[in-house]
Design a protein around this ligand. Structure first.
Ligand code: UDX
Ligand code: ADP
Length: 397
């Protein structure tokens, strides 16, 4: 029986391993973490993260071929394939602070694997890492290997929070990068066999290590770039009387462009886009490519501009000051729909209790602006034709 261990029981490691366990009953899957609180939660009725469908998958497999444990070393030592899914935040100090990925957790995981391994292992990079990380990890593993063979693979995760289980069950593609040596190819085959339990083989892409590492950063940069592009258009829409939803719809109908990820917003959030683009920018700078770095940096700049623009719109509309005024933020989550206020009768109640003029600033185009206007609100919807009030109170970004 193949044994898999995943170091890091977070947003990526937990759901990914749960789905592997579900689809591969012949594989024993252990998810390990240094955080006792996190592991206790994974073993309880209240999982540490919420993802639609996750509870059911974990309940089906836990106690059968899926386990959660803090005994990191034991499970790593026993496994044939070790996924590393530890956090890689942006560095806050030292070389590359504010841009480069902090690989501290990665390095300590790699050193621990080398320490405890007593048999050959495939080590899989699951967390998003800078290009060429595999080379550094390989060095740590082989220089401390005591004669054991390690094959390193890059298998970046493309799931999005909120849709993790359906993304994992039905992925657009699975990407596996490895060395182009006989051992490297054997390791790729072994991991491909795992995914082939449920993913059609034509969706399992095999590449070299560097292509796999870079593809993850590139995919997130392209997705974020689409959002910054439509957000830049939203500012122009407001200035001209165009409606960003209509423009995005018309643009997205071009099959070469496509309709997804063209929703104007108050800016993208989440734990990936900003971090990965900053990382990409840093890698470009380190490789002597300042023009390429500037190009991608602009995606972040437009995102910052969009956030500032939204706040400035709020302040200027309310007579250039918000001091002493109370502002309610509906939907504090980073994604649309989690704070959905459509059809809620509470809004009319809210209106009566509010100081007049009463405003709603919609940074996601999720509220029914016409309904709110009928109630009496002044409504700002990002990228949409402006109410007269807002035209009279121009915001400066
Ligand atoms: C993202 C990628 O989608 C995923 O493939 C990768 O593995 C991790 O990063 P995630 O950050 O979980 O996933 O969520 P996503 O749905 O991509 O949303 C990111 C941000 O972009 C959110 O703040 C969202 O509201 C915003 N967004 C998304 C927009 O503003 N407009 C859009 O059209 C789409
Ligand atoms: P992601 O969103 O990428 O999954 P998270 O921060 O949610 O990231 O999860 C990463 C997990 O990795 C955390 O629970 C953290 O405790 C764990 N972790 C970090 N370093 C180690 C390590 N050396 N050994 C075991 N677990 C680790």
């Amino acid at each position: 029986m193949v044994k898999i261990c995943c170091i890091g029981a977070g947003y990526v490691g937990g759901p990914t391993m749960a789905v592997i366990a579900l689809k591969c009953p012949n594989i024993q899957v252990a998810v390990v973490d240094i955080s006792t609180a996190r592991i206790n939660a994974w073993n309880s009725d209240t999982l540490p993260i919420y993802e639609p469908g996750l509870d059911e998958v974990v309940k089906k497999c836990r106690g059968k071929n899926l386990s959660f444990s803090t005994d990191v070393e034991k499970h790593v030592a026993e496994s044939d394939i070790v996924f590393v899914s530890v956090n890689t935040p942006t560095k806050t100090q030292g070389l590359g602070a504010g841009k480069a990925a902090d690989l501290t957790y990665w390095e300590s995981a790699a050193r621990m694997i080398a320490d405890v391994a007593k048999s050959n292992k495939i080590v899989v990079e699951k967390s998003t890492v800078p290009v060429k990380t595999a080379e550094a990890i390989e060095k740590i593993l082989t220089h401390n290997s005591k004669g054991i063979n390690f094959s390193i693979l890059s298998n970046p995760e493309f799931l999005a929070e909120g849709t993790a289980i359906s993304d994992l069950l039905n992925p657009d593609r699975v990407l596996i990068g490895g060395r182009e040596t006989p051992e490297g190819k054997k390791a790729i085959e072994a991991l491909r066999d795992v995914y082939a339990h449920w993913v059609p083989v034509d969706r399992i892409l095999c590449t070299n290590l560097w292509s796999a590492e870079l593809s993850k950063l590139a995919a997130n940069a392209f997705l974020a770039q689409r959002i910054s592009s439509v957000n830049a258009m939203s500012a122009l829409c407001e200035a001209t009387g165009a409606d960003v939803s209509q423009v995005a719809h018309a643009v997205g109908k071009d099959t070469r462009i496509g309709p997804k990820f063209l929703n104007a917003s108050v800016g993208f959030g989440g734990s990936c886009f900003q971090k990965d683009i900053l990382n990409l920018v840093y890698i470009c700078e380190c490789n002597g490519l300042p023009e390429v770095a500037t190009y991608w940096k602009q995606v972040i700049k437009v995102n910052d501009y969009q956030k500032t623009r939204f706040v400035n719109r709020i302040v200027s509309s309310m007579f250039n000051t918000v001091s002493g005024k109370k502002i309610a933020v509906l939907g504090f989550a980073f994604k649309k729909d989690t704070g959905d206020t459509r059809e809620t009768p509470a809004i009319d109640k809210i209106f009566n209790d509010m100081q007049k003029p009463a405003f709603v600033f919609d940074g996601r185009n999720v509220v029914d602006a016409e309904k709110l206007r009928k109630i009496g609100f002044i409504v700002y919807s990002i990228g949409k034709p402006l109410d007269d009030w807002l035209k009279d109170m121009p915001a400066v970004a």
